[in-house]
Every structure is written in structure tokens, then in C-alpha cells.
Design a protein around this ligand. Sequence first.
Ligand SMILES: CC(C)(COP(=O)(O)OP(=O)(O)OC[C@H]1O[C@@H](n2cnc3c(N)ncnc32)[C@H](O)[C@@H]1OP(=O)(O)O)[C@@H](O)C(=O)NCCC(=O)NCCS
Length: 183
Amino acid sequence: MSVLEGPSVRLRPLVPADYPTVFGWYNDPEVVAPYDRFSVDTLDSFVASVESAAADPASLAPRFVLERRETPGPIGFVGHYVAHPVLEYVDVWYVLGDRAARGKGYGREAVGLLVGHVFATTSVDRVGATCDVENVPSYRLVEGLGFRREGTLRSALFHHGRWHDIYVYGVTRKEWSERSRPG
Ligand SMILES: CC(C)(COP(=O)(O)OP(=O)(O)OC[C@H]1O[C@@H](n2cnc3c(N)ncnc32)[C@H](O)[C@@H]1OP(=O)(O)O)[C@@H](O)C(=O)NCCC(=O)NCCS
């Protein structure tokens, strides 16, 4: 699988040495799920899902770790998945596990690399993202990449004891290529 290089960050496939750190974040509701549903995983099932993800476009497993180019070592993880059984698009998701690394632009740069990778390696015409309407960093991240807010799913996700509304974002291949074009 590819290694994706940006100016400040790199996305690379997970290796076994990453599993304890990434699993720790993945299994920490304070890191991954202030605005999301959370269920406890086991290390064995986590590793099995990571190692089988390449063969499964719908896998929700992390596909890359995110690290700073200057100081290698995971600071987060990202994924992409075929999000609907009939409709043909891919959703991206993203977590900065190292909370001290948040708010510095690494998340947006990483998701930009990921979106470019999805368009380069699949035939989809739309990449999407969804987030809780209260997850300001998440929707600002994708808005800064040119995603458009396409709508709101009302009461679509139950977490933290109540139903939450979810924003739906998307960017088309044409929009992405025009955004990426120099000048
Ligand atoms: C969402 C997340 C990946 C953002 O990563 P990040 O590296 O901190 O984001 P960036 O530094 O690239 O900033 C992206 C945008 O969010 C804004 N932002 C970052 N932290 C913020 C905060 N605490 N409050 C409000 N806005 C914030 C930034 O200002 C920027 O927007 P702007 O350029 O329009 O001002 C990170 O907050 C995270 O891991 N959250 C927990 C997991 C999660 O919710 N993932 C998304 C699930 S849908």
C-alpha cells in the first residue's frame, strides 16, 4: 500500500509496532468518540480487522497512521470505506490520537492526502464525510478542503445517551481536481 507524503505529515500503512498505540487510542472513548458512538474492541479483533482491510472496501478499520515528517511515530490514524450498500461513494474518517497535536493543521493535511488517494485509486466520483453537528473541528476540517455541506441527517446516531443530528459533507472529483489545480 502507498505512503502518502504531504509538506508536514505522512500517511503510511500500519505496521505491527503501531498496534498498541493505535489500539490504545481506538479503544479510548475520550480520544475517538466525544461526538461518536463507541464500543470496546479487543486487540485481537482490532489487528484482524486492520490486516484484512485491504481486501474489504467497506472495512471500517484504520488504513493509515498519520505521523509528522520531522518526528516519525503515530499521532493519529485515518480510514476510508464504501459507506452505502447501493450508492457509490467513499467516506473518509480521521482521528488525531495525540491530543497535543490537534489544532496545528495536521488533520486537514492528512485528510487532504487521503482524499487525493481515494480519487487516485478508485473510480468514485464523490468522497464524503459525516460528523455530528456539534463536532466543530471535524466539519471545519473538511470545509477547509472544499467539501460542501450537503444536508443534515436528523437523529441519525445514538451516543452519550441521546440521538444526534449528523452533517453530510461531500466533494466531487471535478471539484477536487479544480481545487488542486495550481494557479
Ligand atoms: C477532528 C480532528 C481530526 C481535527 O484534527 P486537527 O488536526 O486538530 O484539525 P486541524 O488543525 O487541521 O484544523 C481543522 C479545522 O478545525 C478547527 N479546529 C481545530 N480544533 C478546534 C477546536 N477545538 N474548536 C474549534 N475549531 C477547531 C481549525 O481551526 C480548523 O478550521 P479553520 O482552518 O477553518 O480555522 C481532531 O479534532 C480529532 O481527532 N477529534 C476527535 C476525533 C473526531 O472527532 N474525528 C472526526 C470524526 S467525524
